[in-house]
Design a protein around this ligand. Structure first.
Ligand code: NAD
Ligand code: ZN
Length: 252
């Protein structure tokens, strides 16, 4: 067992209050491209930020719609990986465990995690871009070249995700920030730490005295402020971490 993983495991005591912040990296091993992979993938000829802003949607709603329908198809084909499963198991080993994700997929829930805060919305929900009425897609609307019209006001329907330049769901952000203030461990997994305000949560936790643990194959802004950097893929590091936590309990 890796020495750094054994060292990290000691912070997950039975009375630990854990906040876990995840990003696109936790779903990478499920075949869901991270944001950066998406930019080098099929849609590399487009600026990904153009596809994820209200201005981009206003300019070319059909292009944005087709991009999100393509991502929806990808997500529907994806299954949770060993990293998602390990986080669901880790939650059961700690007194309190709040999962805060920037992901718009539902792989944490599919793996059995409860108490999941989605800071950036969901790719499985749709609403009117004007009056915000929720909208259920038909198969025909999914295959169409343009977004459907809202049944209430006839304006265009949009994906229920947070785009660049938009506010995050306030209650979710507030709950995450409060939990970050109070937690004893902040476990960060698979996020580049570049997207505000999620990127602030590890800093809030650190300033309040929590132990910050970062899991990522690459060093970055979070690993540089973390107490422990567990370098590697979440699908490999997290199951080993959970084994180490369970071993400690068994030998206690
Ligand atoms: P990001 O693409 O900016 O960063 C991904 C991070 O994951 C990088 O630091 C990378 O080194 C790391 N990574 C890659 N493979 C990994 C692995 N196997 N295990 C652990 N880490 C791995 O993603 P972000 O920080 O989440 O921010 C981008 C935004 O894009 C988010 O707001 C999110 O809403 C959105 N997004 C979501 C999904 C999804 O829902 N699955 C996918 C792509 C983008
Ligand atoms: Zn409407």
């Amino acid at each position: 067992m890796r020495e750094d993983i054994v060292r990290a495991a000691q912070f997950f005591s039975a009375d630990a209050a854990v906040v876990c912040l995840t990003g696109a990296g936790v779903s990478a091993e499920s075949g869901v491209p991270t944001f950066r992979d998406a930019q080098t993938g099929l849609w590399s000829q487009f600026d990904a930020e153009e596809l994820a802003t209200p201005q981009g949607f206003a300019r070319d709603p059909g292009l944005v719609w087709r991009w999100y329908m393509w991502r929806l198809e990808q997500l529907e084909a994806a299954v949770p990986n060993t990293g998602h499963a390990a986080l669901a198991r880790l939650a059961g080993l700690c007194e309190s465990f709040l999962l805060v994700t920037q992901n718009v997929d539902d792989l944490h829930e599919q793996a059995g995690s409860v108490d999941v805060l989605h800071l950036h919305g969901s790719l499985f929900s749709f609403r009117c871009a004007s009056c915000a009425a929720p909208h259920n897609l038909t198969a025909e609307q999914r295959g169409a070249d343009l977004p459907p019209a809202c049944g209430v006001c006839s304006e265009l329907v949009r994906p229920g995700v947070v785009w660049f330049g938009e506010s995050l769901p306030w209650d979710a952000v507030e709950e995450a920030a409060t939990a970050a203030h109070r937690c004893s461990v902040m476990l960060v997994v698979g996020t580049s730490g570049l997207v505000y305000p999620a990127s602030q949560l590890p800093l809030i936790a650190r300033q309040a005295g929590a132990t910050v643990i970062d899991v990522n194959p690459e060093p970055g802004p979070i690993s540089s402020i973390a107490d422990i950097f567990l370098q590697g893929k979440s699908g490999e590091v997290l199951p080993a971490l959970v084994r180490a936590v369970a071993d400690r309990r068994a030998s206690a």
